[in-house]
Design a protein around this ligand. Structure first.
Ligand code: H2B
Length: 104
């Protein structure tokens, strides 16, 4: 393994994770799991689903997908990198995109 190039995506260190979280909008660590979560409320279902559609297109482009739950105008999003079993820069990139399109 010593001479093998490592292509596995790495979990962020807890220092990096804390710093990245502070630069995001409204994201919280998930209790009992290495993941981050944000809940966003929109005006109605139409706004929420429009947002989800934009995130879905981005997720497909990135090949990195959210875990999410929607009830009417609320969308609950959890980001984690399954292959790393934790938060990686891919989650931060997707979170930044989400923040950039979510109404503040
Ligand atoms: N999304 C997330 N959140 N984590 C992953 O590890 C992941 C993914 N892996 N989307 C991708 C797809 C992988 O399963 C495919 C085969 O590239």
């Amino acid at each position: 393994m010593e001479h093998e190039v490592c292509t596995m995506i790495q979990k962020l260190s807890s220092e990096d994770r804390t710093a990245e979280l502070a630069s995001l909008h409204g994201w919280q660590p998930v209790a009992g799991r290495d993941a981050i979560q944000r809940q966003i409320e929109f005006a109605d279902f139409n706004e929420a689903f429009g947002f989800m559609t934009r995130v879905a297109i981005k997720a497909q482009e990135m090949d990195h997908h959210p875990e999410w739950f929607n009830v009417y105008s609320k969308v609950d999003i959890t980001l984690s990198t399954h292959e790393a079993d934790g938060v990686t820069k891919r989650d931060i990139e997707l979170a930044r995109f989400i923040d950039s399109i979510a109404a503040r």
